[in-house]
Design a protein around this ligand. Structure first.
Ligand code: DC
Length: 238
């Protein structure tokens, strides 16, 4: 892990964008990278989830773009960076990490994320957080829209059975009683909406490094990603 040490020592900070399908382990890699590099980790999906929770709390029909856009007026969303340099999402004064992870929010969030006013609002917050660099952010449009100049862009993928299993275990651990089949359908549905929507769809361009982690350990993924980071830091240095 010599590569990791040299990345950690670098004075120059860069932004790292991690995009990819649902439940690919983007957050796990992003967190590990941020820890290794002493960067800030931002889970942009958590922001879309918090907006969705807000809509559900208000009883807003998430398929109605006008109602969702109107309800954004009363949204108070803050991203606090805690001592571990991770985001804590605070919705209308309340920390909502556990609530936004449930299947109820998951089943509506892709609809909310389609809406332009929602995206504009969240992208502005994300760009503000990243303006001084030193950020690892994961999502769907980070390398294409939020930080198009990110020095490292990683596109993560994994086969769908592996992804469904991972998500299923997470939900069960979170206290949700749900079947593997329901989880698989939800992931397929989200991927389909996320890749086909009009505004900022998940898409792969040639400047991404592709990481298929179906058969890779977390340590190996980190090692590969740190090599890409070191290459970028060396290129920035020279
Ligand atoms: O990463 P996640 O599964 O928590 O994301 C939840 C939803 O939010 C997902 O269906 C796509 C959407 N999303 C998005 O459109 N853009 C982002 N940058 C992050 C998430």
């Amino acid at each position: 892990m010599v590569q990791g040490k040299s990345a950690r020592r670098s004075q120059i900070k860069i932004n790292i964008a991690i995009d990819g399908y649902s439940s690919c382990g983007k957050g796990t890699l992003a967190k590990a990278l941020a820890k290794q590099l002493d960067y800030i980790f931002i889970d942009s999906g958590a922001m879309y989830r918090a907006v969705t929770l807000h809509m559900l709390q208000l009883g807003v029909d998430v398929l109605n773009e006008t109602d969702v856009t109107d309800a954004l007026q009363s949204l108070k969303l803050s991203c606090l960076i805690n001592k571990q340099k991770q985001t804590e999402i605070v919705l209308n004064g309340k920390e909502v990490e556990s609530e936004i992870r449930g299947l109820m929010v998951a089943s509506k969030v892709s609809e909310v994320a389609k809406i332009l006013a929602v995206r504009k609002k969240l992208v502005a917050i994300q760009q503000e957080i990243g303006k001084n660099k030193g950020v690892v952010m994961d999502g769907r449009d980070i390398g294409t829209v939020v930080f198009p100049q990110a020095e490292v862009k990683i596109f993560m993928t994994a086969n769908s059975a592996v992804r469904a299993n991972r998500r299923f275990k997470e939900l069960i651990a979170n206290g949700d009683s749900v079947s593997l089949e329901t989880v698989r359908k939800n992931i397929d549905q989200r991927d389909s909406i996320d890749t086909s929507r009009e505004h900022s769809p998940l898409s792969l361009s040639s400047d991404y490094c592709i990481l298929d982690n179906s058969d890779l350990s977390k340590a190996k993924q980190l090692e590969i990603a740190l090599e890409w980071v070191n290459d970028a830091l060396n290129a920035t240095n020279s």
